[in-house]
Design a protein around this ligand. Sequence first.
Ligand code: GMT
Length: 381
Amino acid sequence: MDPAVPLKIGITCYPSVGGSGILASALGEELARRGHEVHFISYERPFRIPADSPRLFFHPVVINDYGLFKYPDYTLPLSVKMAEVTRDHGLDVLHVHYAVPHATAAILARSMLPPAQQPRVVTTLHGTDTTLLGRDPGYGPAITHALACSDAVTTVSAYLQRETRELLAVERPIDVIHNFFIPRTPRRPREEVRRELGLAPGEAMLLHLSNLRPPKRIDLLLKTAAAIRPREAFKLVILAGADFSPFAGEVRRLGLEDRVVVRENVNDIEDYLQAADLGLFTSEMESFCLGILETMCFGFPSVATAVGGIPEVMQDGATGLLVPFGDTDAQARAVETLIRDPARRAALGQAAQVRARELFSADVIVPRYEALYRRVCAVRA
Ligand code: GMT
């Protein structure tokens, strides 16, 4: 296929807050900027895609709540919409992010169309679609089937590639294409944001950003914060992509009310990223951890648990500090050393920023997806 000819790409993802949706939205935006036509197909407009971008379209999936169904079904209306958009707009590729139920819906959509109109299906696995649902006997076989029927499968880390091979007994080739992040320009000055958060002069701003789902282990995040000495040396700012109230009792129990500041569903995360000094992540599992990459892009290091794909993203002692999962005392001590040593923090942060640019920038990653699309399209041609 002529690499100069723009492609028509359908993207399906979860539109709400979550790494896979953020990545898929950024990818769609970048592909459109590079001249491709991009059609998002989902139940809601992904929250980070701008309203008026050229070559970027959104097709909502409408779900009817039939009384006959005890559980509403999304997979079938999604697949019908995928087939409809592919037919009406001549899509070359359906790129689905997170296998369940998107990959199954794409395979079904493809089989609803006559051969000449069938799109290529690219499935990107993001994490729990393999590590959690892949183990579930009610989902595993359907995921394995959708992966076998996809024209290409990618994972966001080599760790997830290995897990997918093992857990889902997948033998087909799997491409590893790491995540990328494009920081937007902050809207407010650093000092203004720190004032809003109530940071006293000299206090270190620790930043945690996530959707608060169980693998993020917010209980351990708070336990780590409670073990940091001296208490007055820091504030922990949590950018919560979900309701934080279930954790409020734990904040009180640990006496952290004056140390923890929570902001829910923040859109302008860059305002907070540029104001922070140190990232803090206590996950028990991450296939990649987009939050860490976000901190790296803003030139400050993180202290994180060495689980899953995290060691592929940041290197212990070079671009941040890694600690064993669950050792909250070790994690608190690691945070203390970096609070005390701004020069080391700056050196790690600078190295992290270089690594983010060299390995996980849009300029490096997006052409890899473009090459993959052209590869699968060429097979048909
Ligand atoms: O798999 C999930 O739990 C959800 C998913 C998401 O939508 O946030 O998170 C995964 O995908 C992100 C983007 O690729 C990765 O940064 C996260 O590490 C990954 N989460 C897990 O593996 C637990």
